[in-house]
Design a protein around this ligand. Structure first.
Ligand code: PLP
Length: 387
């Protein structure tokens, strides 16, 4: 696949581009924020969609076997996880799943654990429903994010639900088996359900291995896994998420809430895209991971000259968490530096909550030439600042 060739997203009402004025107050920034890729989706997905669109009737569609088989096959092949078709409950978007989980499994005032700095909808999912937020802040130990288990155990005593991000956005951590086992044991002992958002699980770099939380013995009966081909195959605009729930009584609570909100209708294109992603896109994904890894190496080679901006170790995702604390700028000034001086549209660390202060998040899923432009621009602003 040719990922090098820039593809204009002009005219496609792309959030990353169209919302620049609202987000950064100017159109004059290279947008490296919203978590989708400026890279083409797989040829299999493109042709499956074209094939479906060729048929001129786009009426109500039902879930069909090939859709469930594709998810079952992918979980087995990509993650060594043998699931049953019946465990799958399709949802629209992962964030919908987070919110529905909160409604299905907790009531007002119940405690919900999250691990900041974290993807902001984790906060909203707890807060919007009047639940009590319990923040188990991740800690940097020897330059790497770690879980504070002592604090987690304290919070679990008064929690009903744990919204887990695995792999973790924005830190890029892929959790190890012993970490998952500890979390699962604590949750089980304290009667805490786990919602495991694993949407980044296929974008994992060599030397790391994503383990689905629900495959951990203590977790399998208390876990709802949320996943989708959206991030991996760059089809986030085509809502295609699903929940995997082994425990049948938990599953029943999910199905009840889907019915309550009439969330039982798929779109025909989301089914076609999911099947093509999971059954015909392996080679494309292998090539993508190589490309992303090379982009990462390129950024690191450029940051070498900018020692006050440090890339945190990244094990997964195309979102790089930059430690900018050595620039000695407060968060407002840091944002101004990136937006106005470097002319780059990044997410501020502080938008990810506690522990995000002094960080910026950079989406590097772009053609290399765009990254070159971004790094030139950052280096220029950096050198100006040193003067
Ligand atoms: C951890 C995580 N969950 C969910 C989402 C969004 O998923 P969806 O668009 O399906 O709601 C994102 C997008 O960045 C994410 O990083």
């Amino acid at each position: 696949m040719n990922f090098d060739k820039p593809i204009s997203r002009e005219g496609t009402y792309t959030e990353k581009y169209e919302s620049r004025i609202i987000k950064f107050g100017t159109k004059d920034v290279l947008p490296l924020w919203v978590a989708d890729m400026d890279l083409p989706s797989s040829p299999a997905i493109q042709s499956a969609l074209m094939e479906r669109v060729k048929h001129p009737i786009y009426g109500y569609t039902g879930y069909y076997d090939a859709y469930f088989d594709a998810i079952v096959g992918w979980m087995r092949k990509a993650h060594g996880w043998q699931i049953e078709k019946e465990w799958i409950a399709p949802i629209n978007a992962i964030v919908t799943g987070l919110n529905l989980s909160v409604e299905a499994l907790t009531k007002e005032g119940d405690g919900i654990i999250i691990q900041p700095p974290i993807y902001p909808p984790f906060y909203y999912a707890a807060k919007n429903h009047g639940r009590k937020l319990l923040e188990n802040e991740l800690k940097i130990v020897d330059g790497r994010y770690e879980i504070d288990f002592e604090d987690f155990e304290e919070k679990a005593k008064v929690a009903k639900l744990f919204l887990f991000c695995s792999p973790h956005n924005p830190t890029g951590r892929v959790w190890k088996k012993d970490e998952l086992e500890k979390l699962a044991r604590i949750c089980k002992e304290n009667g805490v359900h786990i919602i495991s958002d694993e949407v980044h699980s296929d974008l994992v770099y060599e030397g790391n291995c994503h383990i689905p939380m629900a495959t951990i013995e203590d977790a399998k009966n208390i876990t709802v896994t949320l996943n989708a081909p959206s991030k991996t195959f760059n089809i986030a605009g085509i809502v295609s998420a699903y929940a995997i729930v082994e425990n049948s009584s938990l599953r029943r609570r999910f199905h009840e809430i889907f019915k309550r909100y009439s969330l039982t209708q798929p779109t025909p294109i989301s089914l076609s895209a999911t099947v093509a992603a999971y059954t015909g896109s392996d080679n494309w994904l292998d090539e993508l991971l190589v490309y992303l890894r090379e982009n990462l190496e390129y950024i690191k080679s450029r940051l070498f000259k900018m020692p006050d901006i440090k890339a945190m170790p990244i094990e997964s995702t195309f979102l790089l968490w930059l430690d900018c604390k050595s620039l000695n700028l407060d968060d407002k000034k840091l944002e101004v530096f990136f937006t106005k001086e470097a002319k780059l549209g990044l997410n501020t660390g502080k938008s990810f909550g506690k522990g995000g202060e002094g960080f910026m998040r950079l989406n590097f899923a772009v053609p290399r030439v765009v990254l070159e432009q971004a790094m030139d621009s950052l280096e220029y602003a950096y050198m100006q600042k040193l003067r």
